[in-house]
Design a protein around this ligand. Structure first.
Ligand SMILES: [Zn+2]
Length: 644
């Protein structure tokens, strides 16, 4: 274990990340230390606005003083007044007087602008001050998503939620919108009658008939500040966990997760060290939520697709819980290093899963992940620059547009390779604990991780494991392509082999029905079926008639309510042009708006027959209003590629 004990480990080691750039931020985040953010906002559904103020506590870091403060903002966010309050209000002292401050915005990128404040006189280094911004934000920005009643599960009351990752929160509040810096926050949120507000915070209190007060007492990056307001109810599912959902979903959510979340948390703590965030609650979002889950600290936001009725998709919750250590405690310092968040989280998720669900199941799930990486690299070509762990993000490029499977699954392979070099799972688990402890509450680059790894294992450093030909750490980070090392997934063979053999049977020109009927898939769990369907998809199009027959034979698949199965069945239907099941593709896309389900299906439709392309246009016309704006943008690109 590393020495120290100072919260956050600040000052223990000089970090490479301290000088890292963030081309996705227009702010002067290196010139100021941000200590705290306070939001005081009123939500109005009729006008779809959040209005009020943001107060930033700052300290100047520029030795010669600073005359300008630049924050990330967005054209949809209207600042109406800015003021400065100097000096720390001493204990019991009233706050200093407010001085008005001149401000203007400057264009920056498609996804945001700079809010420039001219300080009345240059602020000396070390001086603490507050900036008070009065502002309002409507429904034109990407962070604050306003939903009409019909877009919710209950269909009676509107709903609003925010999504910060990667660079969206600059349209929620003006800030240093970079993962490089962290601060605590508090918020006072006023809501209309009959609504409840929740946030990614460890304190949640009612204030008066319409107010909710929140405090997050640990420093977090701006992208993890999250708010949702709706007709919300909650139910306890563990000693430090409850589920939140619209009243019509809360009982299903309670049944699906009662008792299991605590098991995930306790296993995570055993492996990676204390869970520092206090509560771990889960908010089930309306169907249009574009992600599987978003790891907002203390309160994960998840798709209602997880309410499969059979606990079969709990791996998403294990993934989000794993972010409590990897991503939320130790954070990538810019979005080029996103694999530090996601690769480590995939590794941690599969460690928890191995402990609780066994190696066979976990390897099967990992094989599904590997298939997704294969699909992605087949679509883009292995040498595509996005297929590096360290992605070069050019100025002006939205980090969200670089999103793909590589940071997740190639990242998982690299972390697995680091474990393989160590050769002993217990030792590597202890390293992960030391890594979290070393860098908690900080933001890092891969260089910080790898330097620490080699220090922690001096014998590996001596063996120069960072430069083994073909497996150089530099090659892992900076060369596109298939991972040079793949972890052994053979413990999953007992589950994968039968699925592969069955897929082979279905791909034959003459179906051997006796052999097919001899395979009892009734006992197969979701991920074994998913693996089987992935193999069928790889072999598609199958000989004429086979897929129709497959669907008839397995209503458990062709009529599934489980989203992972519905996605695969839809892809198979499209790849084989089984037009009588096209309605199922449309129904599925109408029932939810998760990006990872929506885009592959639109890609398959646009790559399919004329009827499939017509289905794409018809489905998009019917569902565009209920999708997240990012997803709308990506689907539009698939329907009519730019420059076509
Ligand atoms: Zn994740």
């Amino acid at each position: 274990m590393a020495s120290g004990g100072a919260a956050g480990g600040a000052g223990r080691r000089a970090l490479h990340s301290a000088r890292a750039e963030d081309v996705a931020s227009a702010s002067s985040f290196r010139d100021f230390e941000v200590l705290h953010l306070h939001l005081d906002l009123r939500a109005e559904f009729a006008s779809r606005t959040l209005s009020g103020s943001a107060v930033l506590d700052l300290r100047c870091l520029v030795p010669a003083g600073a005359a300008e403060l630049r924050l990330d903002s967005h054209p949809s966010l209207e600042v109406t007044a800015a003021a400065l309050r100097r000096g720390p209000p001493g204990p019991g002292e009233p706050p200093g007087p407010e001085e008005p401050v001149g401000f203007h915005t400057r264009p920056f990128a498609r996804y945001g602008c700079a809010l420039c404040l001219s300080l009345p006189q240059p602020l000396p280094a070390g001086e603490r001050f507050q900036v008070l911004l009065t502002y309002r934000v409507g429904d034109a920005g990407p962070a604050v998503c306003w939903l009409a009643p019909e877009q919710t599960a209950g269909k009676e009351k509107p709903f609003v939620y925010t999504q910060g990752q990667a660079v969206l929160n600059r349209s929620f509040f003006p800030c240093f919108d970079t993962p490089a810096v962290k601060c605590t926050y508090s918020a006072l949120i006023q809501v209309p009658d009959g609504f409840t507000a929740v946030m990614s915070a460890d304190t949640w209190e009612r204030r008066g008939p319409h107010g909710f007060f929140f405090r997050m007492s640990h420093p977090i990056p701006s992208y993890l500040v999250a708010l949702a307001i709706g007709d919300l109810a909650s139910a306890e599912v563990g000693p430090r966990s409850r589920v939140w959902a619209e009243p019509c979903l809360v009982e299903a959510a309670r049944q699906e997760y009662d008792g299991v979340i605590e098991e995930f948390l306790a296993t995570g703590e055993k492996l990676f060290g204390p869970y520092v965030w206090g509560r771990y609650d889960v908010l089930f979002m309306p169907p249009s939520f574009p992600f599987g889950g978003m790891e907002n600290p203390c309160l994960t936001f998840v798709t209602p697709c997880l309410l499969a009725g059979d606990r079969s998709l709990a791996d998403v919750i294990i993934h989000e819980i794993s972010h409590s250590w990897f991503g939320n405690l130790v954070t990538n310092a810019n979005w080029s290093e996103f694999w530090l968040n996601e690769g480590f989280t995939m590794y941690a998720q599969r460690r928890i899963s191995t402990c609780l669900l066994g190696a066979a199941y976990t390897c099967l799930e990992a094989a599904t992940g590997r298939a997704l990486l294969r699909q992605h690299m087949d679509v883009t070509g292995e040498e595509h620059p996005l297929n590096k762990l360290r992605v070069k993000i050019e100025p002006g490029v939205d980090p969200d547009d670089t999103y793909n499977e590589t940071p997740y699954e190639k990242g998982f392979c690299f972390v697995s390779y680091l474990a393989h070099l160590v050769g002993d799972q217990d030792q590597f688990d202890r390293f992960l604990q030391a890594y979290v402890n070393e860098f908690k509450f900080q933001s890092i680059l891969a260089d910080d991780l790898l330097e620490f790894y080699l220090e922690y294992f001096p014998e590996l450093k001596q063996r120069k494991v960072d430069s083994i030909p073909g497996f150089e750490f530099d090659r892992w980070l900076n060369t596109p392509g298939w991972p040079p090392y793949l972890p052994d997934l053979s413990p999953g063979d007992a589950l994968m082999k039968p699925a592969e053999e069955l897929a082979q049977l279905w791909a034959a020109p003459e179906l051997d029905m006796l052999a097919i009927e001899a395979v009892a898939i009734g006992s197969w769990k979701t991920y074994q079926l998913v693996y089987f369907l992935d193999k069928v998809l790889q072999k598609s199009p199958l000989p004429p008639g086979n897929v129709k027959k497959l669907g008839e034979m397995y209503p458990k698949i062709s009529g599934a309510r489980n989203a992972e199965l519905r996605l695969r069945w839809g892809q198979i239907v499209l790849q084989n042009d089984l037009q009588e099941d096209f309605g199922k593709v449309k129904d599925f896309l109408q029932s939810q708006g998760k990006q990872k389900y929506t885009l592959p299906l639109y890609r398959a439709m646009m790559g399919g027959s004329e009827a499939a392309r017509a289905l794409a246009k018809e489905t998009f016309a019917a569902t565009a209003t209920q999708l997240h704006s990012n997803v709308v943008h990506y689907v539009q690109q698939l329907l009519a590629p730019e420059g076509s």
